[in-house]
Design a protein around this ligand. Structure first.
Ligand SMILES: [Zn+2]
Ligand SMILES: [Zn+2]
Length: 229
């Protein structure tokens, strides 16, 4: 257990260094409003839920560290990593060459869900639901489970040169958005709020990973209700 905590502290330090170097920690130049920021919930030294980050196949550990560390700065959650899962072949649709995201939610829920946990799966494969061409992610509020796909967040997907800073910011935005759904937040009409519905990558890039004031309050309420200590 001590070893695990040490690894998480080290991971946080790496994330802090990464964000310090990338200038992303204060969102400089990307958020102009003063109402956005860290979640204001009744303060406690203890987080009261643990976010289980579950990579699928070849998702890089660096991405998971960045997502986990940056989420922790916004939301009072512990986080931990699981071993990589294989993408379930039964979720693959050969005609669409995509995976059904709802099937991934079912797998994550059945395998990892327990009281006091929140689950976020991260995969590189493209995801879909039957009504849409693709989804960046999907969440199940009742079960507290979410999944995001990194596939369309890479610049390379659009024939552009790789840009790690842009990619990491997108991954974080999608992760916070889906986690927001697991806490009961609906889509928001503010195009600069993380809970705005992303119809395209332009929406994701514009809105960023922070909650607007209204969603922040809703989130804090949901968090308070779940608090158990
Ligand atoms: Zn959504
Ligand atoms: Zn909002």
């Amino acid at each position: 257990m001590r070893n695990l905590r040490y690894r998480q502290l080290l991971a946080n330090l790496i994330v802090l260094i990464f964000y310090f170097l990338s200038g992303a920690i204060n969102g400089e130049g990307e958020q102009t409003g003063t109402s956005k920021g860290k979640l204001r919930v009744p303060q406690s030294d203890k987080a009261w839920e643990t976010l289980y980050l579950v990579p699928f196949d070849n998702v890089s550990t660096k991405v998971l560290h960045c997502i986990g560390g940056a989420i922790k700065m916004q939301i009072p959650l512990y986080y931990t990593f699981m071993e990589a899962e294989r993408m379930p072949m039964e979720a693959f649709n050969p005609a669409r060459r995509q995976y059904l995201s709802t099937a991934l939610l079912n797998l994550l829920s059945e395998k990892f869900m327990a009281p006091g946990r929140r689950i976020l799966g991260v995969c590189e494969s493209d995801l879909y639901v039957p009504e849409l061409n693709f989804v960046f992610g999907e969440a199940d509020m009742k079960r507290g489970v979410a999944v995001i796909s990194l596939s369309r967040l890479h610049q390379e997907f659009y024939g552009l040169p790789p840009d790690e800073k842009i990619f990491m910011r997108r991954a974080l935005t999608e992760a916070v958005h889906e986690l927001g759904h697991t806490y009961g937040l609906p889509h928001c009409r503010d195009p600069h709020c993380v809970m705005f519905f992303s119809n395209s990558l332009a929406d994701t890039d514009r809105k960023g990973y922070r909650f607007c004031k209204r969603c922040l309050n809703e989130f804090a309420k949901s968090f308070s209700l779940r608090r158990t200590d």
